[in-house]
Design a protein around this ligand. Structure first.
Ligand SMILES: [Zn+2]
Ligand SMILES: [Zn+2]
Length: 339
C-alpha cells in the first residue's frame, strides 16, 4: 500500500509499504479521507518531538477491511471515524476522567502510524460508527469537532452570552457553529481574511470584522462598550492572544483554544483578572468528547462541508506540507484512492 511517510524534519515521501495486520482488539481500516491539520505541518517541520519514519494523519474516516481477534462487535465494511487519542484507561488521570492528561497519552498519526495512507490499523476502542446517511468526507473531521466540543464544555456558555472569536480557520469555523447552536446572544468573529469571514457568516456568525487598526473600536462599539462575556482565541498567535483580554467584560470566560508555540510568552495584568472576575481556560485535545462530535454531525447540527477546500491524492501531501497554507485554504482532505 502507499503511505505518506515523514522521514525526518522537513522531508517526507509516499512509500510503498506492506498492508499492516490488525492485532488482537484492532481493526484494519481502509482510509476514505484524512484531513491535513496544523499538527501535520508541525510534525513535518520537526517542531514536535516524534520518532521517524512516521506515517502521520490523525483525522480520518474509512471502512473496516479486516478484524483482529476480539473485535467481534464490528463487521467488514462498517463505516467509521477514528478517534486518534491513545490513553491507558488506568492511570491516575484516566481514572479521574482526564484522559487527555494520561500518563501514557499518545495519538494515532504521531505515536503510531496514522491515516495518511491507504490502510491503517487502529484499536477498536478508537472506532466510532458513521451513520449511513453521513458522508465519510465530513466524518473525517470528527476529530477537530471533538476538540471543539471539549473546549465548549470548558466554556460553560450561559443564556445570552456575547461571544467574540478570533480566527476563522477550520477550528474557528467549527467553534462558531458550536457557539451559534448554544444559548449565546451574539457571535462575533475576527480574522485577517475577508473570504474566511464570509464563510463564518454563512455558518452562523452574527457579525464579522476584518482585523486591522479599526477593529478595536468596532468591537467595543459592537458590544455597546460592555465588551464580551466569552472570548475565544482560535489563532494560536501570541500577539492576538495578548490583545484579546481588552475585549473581555466582567466575569468573562477567556478560552485559549489555538495552539501557541511552546516558548511564547504574553503579558497580562493580574489585577485585571482579579478586578474583572475573569476565568482563563485552556483546552487540550479531546476528553471523551468524540461521540458527542459524531452525534452533532450525524444530526446535521454542525456542517463540515463549508470547511473543506479541496480533496487531493496522497502524492500531493509532501508538497502541501512543504509550503505555507494559502490564504483561502481551510481544510484539505486526502483521498488515498486518488493517484
Ligand atoms: Zn488535527
Ligand atoms: Zn492513563
Amino acid at each position: 500500500m502507499r503511505a505518506f511517510t515523514i522521514t525526518g524534519p522537513g522531508s517526507g515521501e509516499v512509500r510503498d509499504v506492506p498492508i499492516p495486520v490488525p492485532g488482537p482488539g484492532e481493526a484494519l481500516i481502509k482510509v476514505s479521507f484524512a484531513g491535513i491539520c496544523g499538527t501535520d505541518y508541525h510534525l513535518f517541520g520537526g517542531d514536535l518531538p516524534t520518532t521517524y519514519p512516521l506515517v502521520s494523519g490523525h483525522e480520518f474516516s474509512g471502512t473496516v477491511a479486516a478484524l483482529g481477534a476480539d473485535a467481534r462487535a464490528w463487521r467488514i465494511g462498517d463505516r467509521v471515524a477514528v478517534d486518534p487519542t491513545l490513553y491507558c484507561g488506568h492511570c491516575y488521570h484516566c481514572l479521574r476522567r482526564q484522559a487527555n492528561h494520561c500518563d501514557e497519552w499518545g495519538a494515532i498519526g504521531d505515536s503510531r502510524p496514522g491515516g495518511l495512507a491507504e490502510y491503517a490499523t487502529v484499536p477498536i476502542r478508537n472506532m466510532y460508527r458513521v451513520e449511513d446517511h453521513e458522508g465519510l468526507d465530513e466524518a473525517a473531521l470528527t476529530e477537530p469537532l471533538a476538540c471543539v466540543v471539549w473546549g465548549v464544555e470548558r466554556l460553560r456558555v450561559r443564556p445570552s452570552d456575547r461571544v467574540l472569536i478570533f480566527g476563522a480557520g477550520p477550528m474557528g469555523l467549527l467553534m462558531t457553529q458550536m457557539l451559534d447552536r448554544s444559548q449565546a446572544a451574539d457571535i462575533v468573529v475576527v480574522d485577517t481574511k475577508a473570504a474566511k469571514l464570509k464563510i463564518a457568516r454563512d455558518v452562523g456568525a452574527s457579525a464579522t470584522f476584518e482585523a486591522g487598526p479599526e477593529v478595536e473600536e468596532r468591537l467595543i462599539e459592537r458590544s455597546r462598550g460592555r465588551r464580551f462575556d466569552v472570548v475565544v482565541d482560535c489563532t494560536g498567535v501570541p500577539s492576538v492572544i495578548e490583545s484579546l483580554f481588552s475585549f473581555a467584560g466582567p466575569n468573562a470566560r477567556i478560552l485559549l483554544f489555538g495552539v501557541a508555540p511552546p516558548s511564547a510568552r504574553i503579558s497580562i495584568s493580574p489585577f485585571d483578572v482579579f478586578k474583572q472576575d475573569w476565568e482563563i481556560l485552556g483546552s487540550q485535545a479531546i476528553n471523551y468528547t468524540f461521540q458527542q462530535a459524531r452525534d452533532l454531525f450525524a444530526a446535521g447540527r454542525i456542517s463540515a462541508a463549508p470547511l473543506i477546500s479541496r480533496v487531493a491524492g496522497l502524492s500531493e501531501v509532501p508538497a502541501i506540507l512543504a509550503r505555507p497554507k494559502a490564504d483561502s485554504e481551510l481544510k484539505t482532505l486526502i483521498d488515498p484512492s486518488v493517484e
